[in-house]
Structure formats: C-alpha cells, structure tokens
Design a protein around this ligand. Structure first.
Ligand code: ADP
Ligand code: MG
Length: 481
C-alpha cells in the first residue's frame, strides 16, 4: 500500500469558521484500513466538524486529508469512497424501504436487477430482510436507523462515517445496536469512523479512541490505554469515574495527596507537583485503623453491581466502588495498592495574560485601570521633569515599546454570578470543570477569547456566566521590552 496500511491520514487539520471560531485545531490522525476508530468528547468539541471534513461537506482551513496516500482535500463528497450515517436518519418519508436504499444507485443509473440484488444484501446485513415494501412510518427508531445504515452501506464505501448514529435511541436499543454495529464492522472489514460523546459506547466498540476537547486531540489510544493511562486530568475525568487530586512527590515512588502518603509505581522526581488519579474501584475500604487515609461515610448509593460510597476525609471527598455496602456515618479506612494510583506531572495552570498601557502610563486590563504604574513595575525606574520614564541607569524607556504580562494562580481568582460587581475584571462562561477532591478546577471562556483556569470550592454549572475577580495584589507582572 505504500502508506503503512493507513487508509486515511489527517495532517495538521484546522477548521476556522467564518466567525473566526476555531472548531478544530491542528488535528493529526492516522487510521488503518479496517480499523474502528471513535472520536469521543463532550458536545461542541469539534467531532462533527472533523467528520464533515473527512466526508467533504466542509473544507479544512488548513491541513491535508490523504486517502490511501493521495490528497483528497479538493474532491467533492460524491467522489470520495466515503458514506455517512447521521444521528437523524433523514430517510425519505414518502418512499418505501427499497426506494430509500436504492435511491443513490438509481441516480448512478445502475441496472435494475443489480440494484435489487444489492439492496437485498444490505437489508440482510442490517437484519431487515423482507422489509423492502414497508413504508418508513411503520418502522421503529431502531429499524429506521438500520435502514439509514443500509443506505450508506449499499454504496460499498471504503470508509463509513457514523455521527452519533444511536443518539436518538433508547438505552436498550442503543446497547443492542452497539453490538450489531460492531459485528457488522467485523464482518464487512471496512473502516468505521464513529462519533460519540458517550464514553462507555466508545470503550465498548472501538479499536482506537481519539479523545477530543475544545477542538484539540487530548489522547489517542486503545480503550485500555485511555482508561488505564489517561494522558491528562481531562481524559481521566471524562473516561470512567475518577478521583483526581493535586499532590506532590515526597520520595522515590512516594506521593502525597488527599491528605495521605501513598506508594506508587510511577518514578517521578521528588518535589514534583503532580495530579494523582485513582479509580473508585481501586480503593478498598478497611477498618479505620488501617489504610493510608481515613474518614467518614457521607453517602451510599446502590448501583446494581456495586455500591458507590462517598467518604469525607479531612477536606477531601473520595468516591469508592465496592461490592460491600457501608453505612452513612461509618468511620472507615481507605487503602490503595501502588498500581491503582496513576501519577501525572501537573500541568502548569498559571493564567498569563497581556495587560495594556493607557495614556497615563498606567496598566489596564479589559478597560479597567489596575492600580499599578510602570515605575512601580520596573525596579529602580523613575520619571524625569518631562515626565519621561527612565530606567535605573537613567536611560529613557519608551512605554510604547514595552509589553506587560500579568500572571495569576487559579486559586487566587474568585468567581461571582454578579457580573456587575465593580471588582469584576472580566466575564466568561464555564466550558469545563473537573473535581479535584477538595475543589473544582474550571475553564472559563472569556469575552477576550482567552481562557482562564479558576479553582473554586463551590460547584458551578457548565455554561454559567461568571464574573472573575482577579486581585491586583496577587498578580505578578512581567515586563518584556
Ligand atoms: P460536536 O460534534 O463535537 O458536538 P461540532 O463539530 O458540531 O461539535 O462543533 C464544534 C464547535 O464549532 C461548536 O462550538 C459549534 O458551535 C461550532 N460550529 C459548528 N458549526 C459552525 C458554523 N457553521 N459556524 C460557526 N461555528 C460553528
Ligand atoms: Mg456533533
């Protein structure tokens, strides 16, 4: 094949919409022939946009799409050996099942008996043999979606794209169709690129999962890789249930987090700030005198196969899955084996942003004057009688030529729902949140287009409009000439 068996390659794909919004940024992916690849991520993260570029309904702003090693970026959709199944089945209601499936083939002027043969074959494949003459309106949601799949498969595409195809079905039907789609994939041997926001669906069906957030790939891996070795806190939080804590390495294979000290298997240098991920099923409840940490049970929920038990331990909350129950109020110990702890080097969440200089040579952010001037900022600087700014050697500094950035830690920013509060420097909406055991870590998309990371002990909702109170005395300013 000459291209390592890759049927499709996306190279540095970026999509910026007319309004300037970057829905997908620098997306790189190789898909092997016959693979079942799933794009997984929350609503709005750019899954459909990426799929539409592969199908040819949208063109990338930047980057190349290669099919069997050849650039197809400029090919119209109908010239690509690719078909799409959408969440909304979009069947023609006035046509029967046969006509719905045969529609594309008739357009291509294929001989009638060949059409009939092909339609029969795909109907068999989706378990609807004999349904040719039924009308669309007599079918259940699940059956309609099978027709939509049959209609895509009848073109014998090399790649089948499926955009949340089971999203409109009820849970039981969805589970059934997941297994059937997987079986269909194995039987046909064609490449499936599947989109879902449902992590369980992705883990069950895929050979390879691409985890996305805000237009960027967070991790690519097998379901096992993604579950056992999440690349960052976003992936750990999004896939399965997790306890996520900030912590620090205290010795060789020793980490401190959640108020306890734990032996782990990751060799990270002492003193490194870390994020520790512990799956609820990897925590064992013991008597209060044992275990690395202890606390009091504050809730117990029966989940069918196991109990979900929440324990308050100092200022942390820890979630545990256990087949044995516990009582609210019980004092318990919690034990985690070294291989149940996943250590990641903490990302630096310091917020760094540009501040402007106003006409009075005072710093300003988003229209608010900060009570700081350049003379306070530049050590040894002062003004002469012409009001020029001089550095400690008496050299004139041109205020137009300096750039100032401010840095603030996530825990030093406060959020308020009163966006008219005079202390609010900027407002934005919450686009992501991760619980870290004793606080939440939020991503705020601001009106300036810059995201801020804010730690807050209270639970806010996704999409909430909040004002950010950023104390000036906690900002650290840096000057660049
Ligand atoms: P997903 O399928 O992961 O839910 P989409 O790819 O549909 O996400 O959308 C990604 C982002 O791009 C969203 O924020 C969405 O609002 C935005 N978007 C989608 N289509 C357009 C468009 N035509 N113009 C501007 N923004 C768009
Ligand atoms: Mg979508």
């Amino acid at each position: 094949m000459g291209n390592n068996g890759n049927i499709i390659e996306l190279k540095h794909i970026t999509k910026v919409y007319e309004d300037g919004f970057a829905a997908v940024s620098d997306f790189n992916l190789e898909v092997k022939r016959g693979e079942f690849v799933t794009f997984l991520g929350p609503s709005g993260c750019g899954k459909t946009t990426t799929l539409r570029m592969i199908a040819g309904f949208d063109l990338p702003t930047e980057g190349d799409i290669l099919l069997n090693g050849k650039d197809i970026s400029q090919l119209p959709p109908n010239m690509r050996p690719i078909n799409t199944v959408f969440q909304r089945y979009a069947l023609f209601p006035h046509m029967n099942i046969f006509e719905n499936i045969a529609f594309g083939l008739k357009q291509k002027k294929m001989p009638k008996d060949e059409i009939r043969r092909k339609v029969r074959k795909v109907l068999e494949l989706v378990d609807l043999e004999g349904f040719e003459h039924r009308s669309v309106s007599t079918l259940s949601g699940g059956q309609q979606q099978r027709v939509a799949i049959a209609r895509a498969l009848v073109n014998e595409p090399e790649i089948l794209l499926l955009d949340e195809p089971l999203g409109a079905l009820d849970l039981k039907m969805r589970k059934e169709m997941q297994l059937e789609l997987k079986a269909m994939h194995d039987e046909l041997g064609i490449t499936f690129i599947y989109v879902t926001h449902d992590q369980e669906e992705a883990l069950t069906m895929s050979d390879k999962i691409v985890v996305m957030s805000e237009g960027k790939i967070q991790q690519i891996g097998t379901p096992e890789d993604i579950y056992n070795e999440p690349a960052n806190a976003f992936v750990a939080d999004f896939i399965g249930e997790s306890n996520i804590f900030n912590g620090i390495m205290t010795g060789p294979m020793k980490a401190r987090f959640a108020g306890g000290e734990f032996v782990c298997v990751d060799d990270v240098p002492e003193g490194t700030q870390i994020t520790a991920v512990v799956r609820p099923e990897d925590i064992v409840l013991t008597g209060p005198e044992r275990g690395q940490i202890r606390g009091r049970v504050i809730s117990v929920i029966f989940k069918g196969i196991h109990y979900e038990i929440t324990v308050e331990s100092g200022r942390y909350e820890v979630v545990i899955q256990s087949t044995k129950s516990a009582k609210v109020g019980d004092q318990v110990g919690m034990e985690v084996e070294p291989d149940g702890i996943h250590i990641m080097i903490a990302e630096d969440h310091t917020n760094v942003f540009n501040v402007d200089m106003n006409r009075n040579h005072r710093l300003e952010f988003n229209g608010t004057e900060l009570n700081t001037s350049l003379t306070q900022l530049i050590r040894g600087s002062h003004r002469n009688e012409n009001h020029e700014l001089l550095d400690e050697n008496g050299e004139v500094i041109d205020p137009e030529k300096v750039r100032v950035t401010a840095a603030i830690e996530p825990q030093d920013i406060r959020m308020t729902d009163d966006t008219d509060d005079e202390n609010v420097l900027i407002e934005g909406t919450i686009s992501n949140l991760i619980y870290k055991g004793d606080h939440y870590s939020y991503v705020i998309n601001t009106e300036l287009g810059q995201d801020f990371i804010v730690d807050d002990e209270y639970l806010w909702n996704m999409g909430d409009l909040v004002g950010l109170i950023i104390p000036i005395d906690k900002m650290r300013f840096t000057l660049k000439k």
